[in-house]
Design a protein around this ligand. Sequence first.
Ligand SMILES: Nc1ncnc2c1ncn2[C@@H]1O[C@H](COP(=O)(O)OP(=O)(O)O)[C@@H](O)[C@H]1O
Ligand SMILES: [Mg+2]
Length: 153
Amino acid sequence: MCALLQRRVVNIRAELRTKLSAPVRVKVGSGELEHVILNLVSNALDILDEARVDQPLIQVSTRISGHEAILRVQDNGPGVSPKIRAQLFDLFASTRRDGLGLGLWLSRHIVERQGGQISLDERESGTGASFTVRLNMVEPSLPPDQASPYLAR
Ligand SMILES: Nc1ncnc2c1ncn2[C@@H]1O[C@H](COP(=O)(O)OP(=O)(O)O)[C@@H](O)[C@H]1O
Ligand SMILES: [Mg+2]
């Protein structure tokens, strides 16, 4: 993870828990995929910090289901405000004073361009936010130079 986020994890004393599947290749470039993951983790850090959550926890997991690689980022913050739910992935939609509202919009663009999906999971209120990203895996038969490598770490 990038040094800046790592420092923020330490600063707010968050626990970052990861549960990763075996490495797979997906149809999204590694730089773009990095943006998606870092943005979800960064949003979680923003809200955990802002809400001064006791024992802040971010869980990142990956699993494989059929031809899809599924990434989930969950936190134990206050959850997504009902005010913004309907526009969550829209450009400039933000509840933060210094927020640009670019992160989720760009993430959705990156993911959907390759036929994937990104969504906010339905959870009981008060149990935090959970985002799921579904990405098509590259057929194992494709030569490596046609696939953007993503190694789950
Ligand atoms: N993990 C989360 N918990 C609660 N709200 C969230 C979370 N992630 C995103 N949001 C909400 O979605 C909005 C849009 O996020 P984003 O597109 O990354 O823009 P920004 O971070 O600049 O506000 C945030 O302002 C916040 O209201
Ligand atoms: Mg953001």
